[in-house]
Design a binder for this molecule. Structure first.
Ligand code: AMP
Ligand code: MG
Length: 340
């Protein structure tokens, strides 16, 4: 077995869904990233095969762009981290094959990374929070998470679809386009009233799928679209706020961090800031550039995870379904004491 030195420069490869992105981290600092997203034709959801074709088509040019923009040579990389899941199988495999091919060519290790944990780590990095309660809200995740006993543990999650996915589906069904969350929020601004919606919360868990069907039915039945949008947005965000509130009370955490693509929502920023204030917690949101799927978060998490999780260059795996509480986060405490 080869012993690899601790990496200084890590390349990160992200390809779980719409976005193919490459990022670089040097000695624990993000250097930069490049990326390109696949947009399905209007009225259609993401097709895994088409997303994979998109990623395969643009990966080589993006790699050249990354090298040129950050004045790097392939020989500068000491390790390649890649998003191993959860995500769309065909899209994940493009990233894994790209990462593995590079690792073999350069003779450097591969580090598989959990995509959801990468969203959390980039958020800890930009907020400088040590031990926050994290609200992870993206196209694929809706979970309230905090570190305990060696892993990120889940203190509430969706039972069906993610909040971003729910709003994206509704937007698609009623012709508001993609990305759905900002489109539905914009439409909601024109409403002066709301209609009653169910609020399916089961213990600490949430269900969004039924809300979408209900909203589509109302819109098709003639309820003004802005009224449906506002009702859907407010109901979903308040459901999330309720679960976050209980998790803050239970865990007693004094930092609340919001991670993932939907963290860009201004309305949600207002709602979650109010929840944090009420519980005496400092609230911070991941910055827009690192909110959506990005290669920098994969490089960063690969850099942290390297010691325990690196594999030899020829081995790679993908896992379409992969819970984040299955991953041992042995690097967690190191970060709290390192100025970044
Ligand atoms: P991610 O899976 O982390 O890339 O996040 C994708 C989700 O972010 C999708 O559900 C989008 O609708 C949502 N999104 C994109 N832009 C925004 C925005 N400006 N505000 C809120 N959500 C957004
Ligand atoms: Mg994501």
């Amino acid at each position: 077995m080869r012993i690899y030195p601790i990496p200084e420069v890590v390349l990160g490869v992200e390809s779980t869904a719409h976005t193919f992105s490459l990022g670089v981290v040097e000695n624990g600092r993000v250097v930069g990233q490049v990326g390109k997203s696949y947009n399905p034709p209007p009225g259609r959801g993401i097709h895994p095969r088409e997303a994979a074709d998109h990623h395969a088509k643009y990966a080589p040019a993006l790699f050249r762009q990354l090298l040129a923009e950050y004045r790097l040579s392939p020989r500068d990389f000491d390790a390649v981290a890649y998003s191993a899941g959860p995500g769309l199988g065909p899209a994940l495999r493009v990233g894994a094959v790209f990462a593995r091919a590079l690792a073999i060519k350069l003779g450097i290790p591969l580090v598989p990374v959990h995509h959801g944990i990468a969203h959390i780590e980039i958020t800890r990095y930009v907020t400088q929070f040590c031990d926050p309660l994290v609200v992870l809200i993206s196209g694929g995740h809706t979970a309230v998470v905090s570190f305990s006993d060696g892993r990120y543990r889940i203190f509430g999650e969706t039972l069906d679809v993610a909040i971003g996915n729910a709003l994206d589906t509704f937007a698609r069904e009623v012709g508001l386009g993609f990305p759905g969350v900002p489109a539905v929020e914009k439409c909601a601004e024109r409403a002066t009233s709301t209609v009653e919606f169910p609020m399916p919360i089961v213990g600490q868990d949430l269900s969004f799928a039924g809300l979408v069907s209900h909203a589509v039915q109302l819109a098709r039945g003639g309820t003004p679209l802005p009224v449906v949008c506002k009702s859907l947005v407010e109901t979903s965000y308040y459901m999330l706020a309720e679960v976050v509130e209980r998790a803050l009370a239970y865990t007693g955490k004094k930092e609340l961090a919001v991670a993932g693509g939907v963290a860009r929502s201004n309305r949600l920023k207002t709602v979650l800031s109010a929840v944090g204030r009420e519980h005496g917690a400092d609230v911070k949101f991941v910055t827009d550039e690192y909110a959506g799927d990005n290669g920098a978060m994969i490089a960063l998490t690969g850099y942290y995870a390297y010691g325990r999780h690196a594999t030899t260059p020829g081995e790679s795996f993908v896992r379409q379904k992969w819970r984040l509480d299955e991953v041992e986060v042995d690097w967690f405490h190191r970060l709290c004491h390192t100025p970044r």
